[in-house]
Write a protein that binds this ligand. Sequence first.
Ligand code: GTP
Ligand code: MG
Length: 189
Amino acid sequence: MNIKSATFVKGVTNIDPSLADGVPQIAFIGRSNVGKSSVINTLANQKGLAKTSSFPGRTQQINLFLINKSFYLVDLPGYGFAQVSKEKRSQIEELINWYFFESNCDLKKVILIIDAKIGPTKDDMEMLFSLEAHEKNIIIVANKVDKIKKPDYDKQLGKIRAMVGIHKVIPYSAEKKIGVGELADEMLK
Ligand code: GTP
Ligand code: MG
């Protein structure tokens, strides 16, 4: 994918019908701190496009980035972050569920990002199953492969592939820029 332009369009914190504006969308979801915003920046080849942080809970709204004036990369808040209030957590969960299952946006692909070293968590599997139940096109990105020790790599990737079933798994590192070309190709298929 040749990125000629990438611009922030808007952030949505609440149900907003204007999100379904007919522009095709590719959404990035996963646990807080797994690297959703970082992956978007590597794809767009712009370091500060989506805000990242070492502290979980950085992204708290649905952020739309317009790529090549033709489609959106959608940066979602993360799930499973225990250090925010119960109220805030359920508000974010509702926002995510509304986006995926009720917003009527033109969602082409969902990129479910998991931590390659930790593997799919219970929350990740729940998200995967509900996306499957709604027949979304899913790609699994196993981010932070740079954290896996070399001798553990094959076994760990095998475990992830076995857990997620039929979906394509792309080993990735936003830090070391591993897998960027493969993900760019797959998500636009
Ligand atoms: P929330 O917005 O809080 O849900 O987080 P996020 O999923 O958007 O994560 P973000 O991109 O902000 O990254 C979280 C932290 O992980 C940052 O400190 C990143 O530098 C780090 N990180 C992201 N990708 C990688 C990677 O491939 N390898 C390593 N080692 N660290 C990474
Ligand atoms: Mg983020």
